[in-house]
Design a protein around this ligand. Sequence first.
Ligand code: AFP
Length: 353
Amino acid sequence: MSESIPSIRAAAVVGTTLREHVLHGMHAAIGATGEFTSLLNHISLAIRIINSRVRSAGLADLLGYTGETNVQGEEVQKLDSFSNEVLINVLERSGHCGVMGSEELEDAICADHHGKYVVLFDPLDGSSNIDTNVGIGTIFSILRRNEPKLERPSLADALRPGREIVAAGYVLYGPSTVFVMSTGHGAHGFTLDPSIGEFFLSNPDIRVPTRGTCFSTNEGNFSRWAPEIQNWSRWIKAVKPAGTNPDGSEPFKTPYGSRYVGSLVADAHRTLMKGGIFAYPADTKSPSGKLRLLYEANPMAFLFEQAGGSAVNGKDRILDIVPTTLHQRTPLVLGSKDDVEAYRQFVTGERTL
Ligand code: AFP
């Protein structure tokens, strides 16, 4: 009888939950009030609600378009508007959110209370993939308002460079639901156990390999890219020579494999876990790039840097860009340090074919 007790205990080991992870961070932060912890827990609640709808979308008549267009001029799909409403409702109820900005809303929502935080989000990224059951996601970042007690919440609270982000994350609604998050102490991955509705720590302290073996771009845009981007694209697909690393060491092992989903969350998650490079450059159709700085590029850049990778707009660090508008676009290149650096060198002309 006594011999069986240890094996029962071993079988019942419970992993760290997202809630515990966040609480642990709060206990480690001197002067923490619990507001940030509460905000993160509210975001986690919104995500679980969105996840449950995404999982039953085909059954629940949530596929297809609402017939409206969002501020980007794109048709709004039902799941987008549902996800947007859930996040807004839950964040409003938290009482900690002074300013909210969403891909689905033309203007920022500024609360009439002195909530300390700004939350910027893309409620359902990759929505053009919904109807074909391809991975989609939610992306968010959190900033602390500069003068929450003195000033009323305003758009200015949101228009700050990504280096001021205090937490960011994304959720990938893929074969499983994965939540990758950082509060500035590394990037950590949690996987949802759907049977009990709890996220468990599955990928502590994610590190992006220094160099990968895959590139991720929409190659259909090749003819619209600047010559230096086209050269980078030729280089990464070349059998040889691949040139040396930026520091003169080991040559890159090109050709790299190609992987492109068309959902930023899915493409970024693969790149974060396996290394390599994701690039959505500016092109003649989208001269400022396609992706949005505040709720797509910045949260991803924050997570990649936390995981030892990097993120640039071509030549400059994404997190140093000072935004001027809520829906500002940017070229985005993120991934393994060496791979992003090689791209940057093509853009600056330090490297050619
Ligand atoms: P949708 O939300 O309209 O599907 O756009 C997705 C996205 O913003 C981002 O998730 C992808 O990385 C990128 O656009 C894909 O763009 P292309 O379809 O031009 O490759």
